[in-house]
Ligand binder design. Structure first.
Ligand SMILES: *Cc1c(COP(=O)(O)O)cnc(C)c1O
Length: 375
């Protein structure tokens, strides 16, 4: 029996160990833990990789989303449209800032926010749209940016799961995920596609004055030391984390290719059964497979998960409950049944192990175990 975890961060570390260890050792011996030289170096290298004017590092992806909304000066009561099929952080910061989350459903094929549903949810109070590039492929940004232009709305991309994905517009222009909207937000949580050894995050923008505002917000609302023009937060990326990320950034395209290889292996293995609906790729975006999430069609999910567990194969449900059914987010505007696609996905999806350290032997073991079970 093989043991296959959801992610294999130890295997990934072992391949870059000497470089990472010596970078960390150097930081320990200089004690430049906050705002050390690696932070600026990583920021510049990420700007170049993404082709974006400004990267502002911060402490985690949730902070990035909160800081984005603070920097845009959104006011209590302003409506922010987002998807009900996402990780809670997206809606959490909207609620914390006393903005009003307006939830919409997703597309069944891509699991991404449905532009037609966004359009229907717009009111005179709408200020921003937060598309989440779920599981590693971009939402339909051309349609979303078009809606935003027509209604004069900000677009904050939640790019925590899709760093490195390429979006192709109908005129042939290619942009990296997170660099298309007003602000892009990402997370460097260890299991994300570009992950550090703790918490980390960043914001991206091409707007100079917005970048200046974001830099003030993450630094206690100050532009001049000890003069606080805004209420801000304390949100920094540690030097050690920046050094790790700077090393891993050089390997990001390789890591993405390894994930795509595993996904293609899964796709092919399951192509002959109608009991599994493999994740569909949208044609305007590459898929960087933060997660490989497939839909079960007439298979008992709980039994399959138990079987996989017994065979040493990890699996997970992203996400078991849509935002509008979460206890803390109960709202008289919404009830079960309002977002049928998201609810269907929550009941039928399963995520398989996905990381950068697979071998064909491991992939064969996972796919064969599943195919044997579903018969
Ligand atoms: C991981 C994640 C976040 C939050 O990132 P943290 O660094 O854990 O705060 C936000 N949105 C989505 C979609 C995520 O997957």
């Amino acid at each position: 029996m093989l043991n296959i975890p959801m992610v294999d961060l130890v295997g990934q570390y072992n391949k870059i160990k000497p470089e990472v260890d010596s970078a960390i050792q150097e930081i320990l011996s200089t004690a430049a833990f906050i705002n050390g030289p690696h932070v600026k170096k990583f920021q510049e290298n990420l700007q170049e990789y993404l082709g974006v004017k400004h990267v502002i590092p911060c402490a985690n992806g949730t902070d990035a989303l909160q800081v984005a909304m603070m920097a845009l000066s959104l006011e209590p009561g302003d409506e922010v449209i987002t998807t009900t099929f996402t990780f809670i952080a997206t809606a959490e910061v909207i609620a914390l800032l006393r903005l009003k989350p307006v939830l919409v459903d997703v597309e069944r094929d891509s699991y991404n926010i449905d532009p037609a549903a966004i359009e229907r949810a717009i009111t005179p109070k709408t200020k921003a749209i937060v598309p989440v590039h779920i599981f590693g492929q971009c939402a339909n940004m051309e349609a979303i940016m078009d809606i935003a232009r027509r209604h004069n709305l900000y677009v904050v991309e939640d790019n925590a799961q899709a760093i490195g994905a390429d979006y192709t517009f109908s005129d042939g222009t290619v942009k990296k995920s997170g660099t298309i909207g007003t602000i892009g937000c990402t997370s460097f949580f260890p299991s994300k596609n570009l992950g550090c050894f703790g918490d980390g995050g960043a914001l991206f923008t091409n707007d100079d004055s917005l970048a200046e505002q974001i830099r003030a917000v993450v630094n206690h609302g100050m532009k001049v030391r000890y003069y606080h023009d805004y209420v801000g937060v304390n949100s920094r990326l540690d030097t050690i984390q920046a050094a790790v990320l700077d090393i891993k950034l050089k390997h990001l395209d390789e890591y993405i290719a390894a994930r795509q290889y595993a996904a293609a292996y899964y796709d092919k293995a399951f192509s002959a059964t109608d009991k599994i609906i493999t994740p569909k790729k949208s044609d305007f975006t590459t898929h960087v497979y933060h997660q490989y999430v497939m839909i079960l069609n007439g298979v008992d999910r709980a039994k399959l998960m138990q079987h996989l567990q017994e065979k040493g194969i990890a699996c997970a449900i992203y996400y078991p409950v849509p935002l509008h059914e979460q206890k803390a987010y109960q709202d008289s505007r919404y009830k079960k049944g309002d977002f049928p696609v998201s609810e269907y996905l929550c009941e039928n999806v399963i995520a398989l192990p996905m990381h950068t350290e697979f071998t064909d032997e491991k992939l064969e073991y996972v796919t064969k175990t599943i195919l044997d079970f579903i018969g």
